[in-house]
Design a protein around this ligand. Structure first.
Ligand code: CP
Ligand code: NVA
Length: 307
């Protein structure tokens, strides 16, 4: 039987994703019940770049379900000395029960999945962050009672996290309005895919238009990890920042959203850049619940992958 990979939300059907998020809500309610559905299972966590939330939430998550986790980085494995991803996938498949991978290259993740005989989970690539998107859906559902029909506004770089929000809009049936500088829009092929799936997704350069009457306002860092080397020089970074200043989520931009709108950010936040302290620390912010929900929804992902 083919392993149940969790690579991207466009590759998994809506009913399965609904089941994973429902499991997340349930794991949250029953966190201290002591059930150990993954007893004896081991997750290998490959991090080719830094993480706080993904690392800790996966490790704590599998432990709470009775399993264990191993941390692998390029510096402490042969991958760092040139062993191929394919060979690494074959070997890890003989030792552990699932692999979670964070990498700068979606191609490396897909290569791992092609050669592994165990489930592979996307812990963020340059193109997407599906675990984050499911935690975000779960958080909106907690706050609003549901997400179908809601309007979600994204203001900033149309990056990996934005891409997974677009996938989620199609799978969970909510409206997505993105405001991005012209040069930082999500790929047109992604927008076309979402529309073909029946999703209501639009992209503008105008943050006020995107945020007007939204139920949820979301942003993310101006320079993602995979873009850091490209934007390495101070001048390049300043140019990116200058383009993104109008997209900063501050009290003025939030005032265009519904009165009871929530503010979301996957974190880490760059306070004073993409979001002001007053918003992220204000009454509309749900960012700490959002971070917590990574733990619960990823238990749902682990349980589904390893069922
Ligand atoms: N949001 C998120 O994935 O955070 P980390 O980079 O800390 O894992
Ligand atoms: N877009 C950010 C998300 C970090 C969790 C990045 O890729 O760096």
């Amino acid at each position: 039987m083919a392993p149940r990979h969790f690579l991207d939300l466009d590759q998994i059907d809506a009913a399965t994703l609904r089941g994973i998020v429902d499991a997340g809500h349930s794991f949250k309610r029953h966190r201290r019940d002591g059930a150990k559905p993954l007893a004896g299972r081991t997750l290998a966590m490959i991090f080719e770049k830094p993480s706080t939330r993904t690392r800790v939430s996966f490790e704590v998550g599998i432990r709470e379900l009775g399993g264990d986790a191993l941390l692998l980085t390029p510096g402490n494995t042969q991958v760092g000395r040139g062993e191929t991803i394919a060979d690494t996938a074959r070997v890890l498949s003989r030792y552990v029960d699932a692999i979670m991978m964070r990498t700068d290259s979606a191609e490396r993740l897909n290569e791992m999945a092609r050669h592994a005989t165990i489930p592979v989970i996307n812990g963020l690539t340059d193109r997407s962050h599906p675990c984050q998107a499911l935690a975000d859906v779960m958080t909106v559902e907690e706050r609003r009672g549901g997400i179908a029909g809601a309007t979600v506004a994204w203001s900033g770089d149309g990056n990996n996290v934005a891409s997974s929000w677009i996938h989620a809009a199609a799978r969970f049936r909510f409206r997505m309005r993105l405001a991005c500088p012209e040069t930082m829009r999500p790929a047109q092929s992604l927008i076309d895919w979402a529309r073909a799936e029946g999703a209501d997704v639009s992209v503008t350069a105008d943050p006020e238009a995107a945020v007007r009457d939204a139920d949820v306002v979301v942003t993310d860092t101006w320079v993602s990890m995979h873009a850091e080397s490209a934007a390495g020089g101070a001048a390049a970074r300043e140019k990116l920042h200058n383009q993104l200043v109008p997209y900063r989520v501050d009290d003025r931009l939030m005032s265009y959203a519904k009165k009871d709108a929530i503010f979301m950010h996957c974190l880490p936040a760059h306070r004073g850049e993409e979001v002001t302290d007053s918003v992220i620390d204000g009454p509309q912010s749900v960012v700490w619940d959002e971070a917590e929900n990574r733990l619960h929804v990823q238990k749902g992902i682990l349980a589904w992958c390893m069922a």
